[in-house]
Design a protein around this ligand. Structure first.
Ligand code: SF4
Length: 277
């Protein structure tokens, strides 16, 4: 019986990703308008212990005896760095299994030295920046008591400290953060940080707010070109595409699939791409 793990999820960025949810739904320090987990009713501002870590370790031990995902990924019903168990469980995985670990984080806590240290053994950190402008950050992320300048500082010091791969995502929303001037400002900042890849993404499923419009393919291409025209290396900026079907499919585990479908909507085609019939 799995309570904390889900998937493996067909991730467009990570391949077959076995999810671990360290927080209870929905615990996040942001309330992004595009969030696929729905609205954050009350922002969580403090790190704490959300779950029984031994239950998570037992589930991981069972699951990893039966499958070899591309990544074990900390994501799910909110922001994984809010969990005080994050470092402990990353260490448990890296000490006991030969599997890569990814953490999907909004990066708000990169200014916290403990968080940086806890993330240090992960193989990949997938994080975000959608704009360098205060009004746009406030409009998209609806943070409280957090300035975009603090997030930029945290991202910069994290990128200098961390030795693994950093995928930086920018979520493009039509008529909010897609204008040329903003893209130029954002590129000027991204040029100053050490990352592996910069990825442009847009809404693929229903977001927290119905009025949020995904950017179309033309807009994403135009933005990629503008970024390259600002001198950013073309090989490091990509538009997130479809999930690759070139993977070994997994046996379905009833609980892991149920947990996965409770978190987000998946198209039937995507389910077919990752699980055996
Ligand atoms: S998109 Fe990520 S950071 Fe934003 S509200 Fe959802 S879980 Fe939190």
């Amino acid at each position: 019986m799995y309570k904390h793990l889900f998937g493996p999820v067909p991730s467009r960025r990570l391949g077959a990703s076995l999810g671990v949810d360290l927080v209870t739904p929905k615990s996040c320090n942001l309330n992004c308008i595009f969030c696929e987990c729905g609205k954050t009713e009350k922002l969580s501002k403090e790190r704490k212990i959300f779950k029984d870590i031994n239950e998570i370790k037992i589930e991981l031990t069972h699951a990893l005896a039966e499958m070899s995902p591309d990544y074990v990924t900390f994501s799910g019903a909110g922001e994984p760095t809010l969990s005080l168990d994050l470092g402990n469980i990353i260490d448990f995985i890296k000490d006991n299994f030969k599997v890569k670990v990814a953490v999907i984080t909004n990066g708000l806590l990169f200014n916290d030295e403990n968080v940086r240290q806890e993330l240090s053994r992960a193989d990949l950190i997938a994080t975000k920046i959608n704009s360098t402008r205060k009004n746009i950050f406030d409009q998209i992320c609806r943070a409280e008591d957090v300035e975009i300048s603090d997030c930029m500082h945290g991202l910069k010091i994290f990128s200098e400290y961390y030795k693994g791969n950093v995928y930086l995502e920018t979520f493009i929303i039509e008529n909010i953060n897609d204008e040329k001037e903003q893209i130029i400002e954002l590129t000027d900042f991204v040029k100053t940080i050490k990352i592996t890849k910069w990825q442009l993404n847009t809404l693929a499923r229903k977001g927290a707010e119905n009025w949020v419009m995904p950017a179309n393919g033309e807009t994403l291409q135009r933005i990629r070109t503008e970024i390259i025209n600002c001198g950013y290396p073309p090989e490091k900026i990509e538009i997130i595409g479809e999930f690759s079907e070139k993977i070994n499919k997994f046996e379905k585990n009833k609980d892991l699939v149920k947990n996965m479908l409770e978190k987000r909507e998946y198209k039937k085609e995507d389910i077919k791409k990752i699980f055996k019939a």
